[in-house]
Design a binder for this molecule. Structure first.
Ligand SMILES: Cc1cc2nc3c(=O)[nH]c(=O)nc-3n(C[C@H](O)[C@H](O)[C@H](O)COP(=O)(O)O)c2cc1C
Length: 217
């Protein structure tokens, strides 16, 4: 490799010295996650609510993909998808998940471990009805993760659905589409520090609620 080549795989950055102290984190890690998403947004992170969701299929094979976090409450983390997709079928068979929010710009990451279950139909209905009509039609037209012969065939399915819902004010939610809520059992907050001595604070849910401990970097 000549000297003028920039190899992005060989870059090393020294992270900042912003300390992450146990006492500074909120007692409820879900609230702390909400705060970090707000701070990522304020810092200019693109899609600060994007999370990488890993699932295990019925054969025990892992797979991961990005989804958008659409809500947080005391039950956990909400996202929406096609129940017949690869992830949907995996989750319906095996609810264990691992989630990562990677905010490289801020040298921060949150990991969430828990179980995902389908949301109540009212929750899925409410979110579906808040989506733009084009996205609603798209949910009807696409059988997510299934093969299709061409882009043209997909566009034809969209036109078919548009025709089906012409004159219909409120597009109903397809039964195959809806939410999952990830109920966390463990959450870890990571902040990059100098000399690779990063801060890692892990929250574990027990009978008495959440307890925090520090992990080695
Ligand atoms: C930034 C971003 C956000 C995404 N958000 C979602 C989402 O909220 N729901 C979803 O089903 N797919 C979302 N996707 C697409 C998924 O990453 C994935 O391609 C799709 O859900 C099919 O995954 P599967 O075959 O593993 O089920 C998003 C992709 C990106 C890059």
């Amino acid at each position: 490799m000549n000297d003028s080549t920039i190899n992005p795989l060989d870059k090393r950055k020294d992270y900042g010295s912003d300390a992450l102290e146990e006492g500074e984190l909120l007692a409820d890690p879900l609230e702390q996650l909400r705060l970090w998403i707000e701070q990522a947004d304020a810092a200019g992170v693109y899609e600060p609510n994007a999370m990488v969701l890993a699932t295990i299929d019925p054969d025990g094979n892992p797979s991961s993909r990005t989804v958008l976090l659409r809500g947080i409450d005391e039950h956990g983390l909400y996202f929406y998808t096609d129940y017949g997709s690869r992830k949907g079928l995996a989750l319906l068979a095996h609810s264990a998940v691992s989630v990562v929010f990677p905010w490289y710009l801020q040298h921060r990451q949150v990991k969430v471990f828990g179980h995902a279950t389908p949301t109540q139909v009212e929750v899925s209905d409410a979110y579906f009805s808040s989506r733009p009509r084009d996205s609603q039609i798209g949910a009807w037209a696409s059988d997510q993760s299934r093969p299709i012969e061409s882009r043209g065939a997909l566009e034809a399915k969209v036109r078919e659905m548009e025709a089906q819902f012409t004159g219909v004010d409120t597009v109903p939610r397809p039964e195959k589409w809806g939410g999952f809520v990830v109920e966390p059992e463990r959450m870890e907050f990571w902040a990059g520090r100098t000399s690779r001595l990063h801060d890692r604070i892990s929250f574990e849910k027990g009978a008495q609620g959440w307890s925090a401990s520090r992990l080695q970097p």
